[in-house]
Design a protein around this ligand. Sequence first.
Ligand SMILES: Nc1ncnc2c1ncn2[C@@H]1O[C@H](COP(=O)(O)OP(=O)(O)OP(=O)(O)O)[C@@H](O)[C@H]1O
Ligand SMILES: [Mg+2]
Length: 477
Amino acid sequence: MFSIITSLFLLLVLIIFSFVLVRLFLYRTALIYVLKKWLHWVEDRVHVYQFFKVPELNENSQENQFYRKVFTYLNSLASIEDSDFTNLFAGRKSNDIVLCLDDNQTVHDEFLGARVSWKNEIGRGNEKSCTRTSVLRIKKKDKRRILRPYLQHIHKVSDEIEQRRREMRLFMNTHSDHHRNGRWISVPFTHPSSFDTIVMDSDLKNKVKSDLESFLKSKQYYHRLGRVWKRSFLLYGPSGTGKSSFVAAMAKFLCYDVFDVDLFRVTDDSDLKMLLLQTTSKSIIVIEDLDRFMAEKEKSTTVTLSGVLNFMDGLVSSCCGDERVMVFTLNNKEQIDSSILRPGRIDVHIHFPLCDFNSFKSLANNYLGLKDHKLFPQVEEVFQGGATLSAAEIGEIMIANRNSPSRALRSVITAARVGRRLSESSAAEFSGELGGGGNKDGGVLAIKEIRKLYGILRLRSSNKIGPSDHESTQIVK
Ligand SMILES: Nc1ncnc2c1ncn2[C@@H]1O[C@H](COP(=O)(O)OP(=O)(O)OP(=O)(O)O)[C@@H](O)[C@H]1O
Ligand SMILES: [Mg+2]
């Protein structure tokens, strides 16, 4: 009895040992993959499959957008590493390696419990070129259940990936006689400004953000109303209050390209229409300093007011595609033709005021890391006394004195006091000081020195100094 138990035990040990050995052998050699392949081969014989082709080109030899989406999707699958051949490319960031499906390779995927596979087949197009086709293989029994949701899933995932990858670009219009390669030239858009770095009333900032968010989701809504899916903004306020930075922040928030229209490079109204027609969707179209253009346009261009109005909301602007934001910036609303401002022409008006004490505190926090300081009450006093400094001016002072917060705050106080005296003096006297330099007036010399020091030589001219209002920024719809 004892010997039977011993031999049974030995047999069991032997079986376990051989099992471990076989497993080790299978995994050490590639035999496990051979076995898996056989298993799949057998599985293939017992199921009926259906195939769907996604060719790279459509019947007119144009790019099939869905092929690109499928390709993006497949390259994002973890199972791509299991195909026999995979291309490796350098990614955008250093040390980033991107995997890319090779020709004639198969990749497997699972969706709602069903197993499907894709093959990236390469075939001959005409004599010279090769065309690729992605072939989806799906079990007939799963087709009805998963095909549609699976294709929608591919759309969604690839859109998300492309959105994340999209490099934003800044387009600038060239002179009309240089338009062999189109009227727009572009560079990567890398402006560092974002809604986090812009100092403005936080309620207003949130209002704009949610306005943009709801715009992004409103395609169906706009179309149901028979309206073009676009939204226009007017940003107005004195120089250096953050209008251009705000446009950059909007572009970053929306992940849109920026088309910066320089009206002085536009020859006439039809040229302006052409430019508009050559913009793409998912973009912000910006016209900066509209008031300056209106004041100076007679000198250099034949673009008319009606040309600008048509650009804003005319037929061409409705034909040039969907999903656009138009932004116009100007310093002074009073100097612009009232037809531009009439209700309904521009959806949202946003005022950018000069700094008040609250915005100063946010700037001090951003630029100097200061939440509080013993000089804050003095700063508050000069702002309550009507200081007229822009965020740009305060920012420059803070950058120049970033190693000494006390010096930075003292400089802000001096600049605010001197600036106030200056804004009380006449513009002619002021520009005279800039040219002459022999004046003994300490106040004017001081501001000259300060502005020179901080690189703000572009003094606010009389028409750029807005009313010294500190009313909170408002959004007007
Ligand atoms: N509200 C703000 N918040 C943070 N930084 C600001 C703000 N306003 C201005 N700045 C800083 O000042 C600089 C100039 O700002 P910006 O060019 O956006 O002003 P602007 O209103 O467009 O002036 P302009 O009317 O002269 O074109 C930017 O570098 C920006 O960092
Ligand atoms: Mg600007």
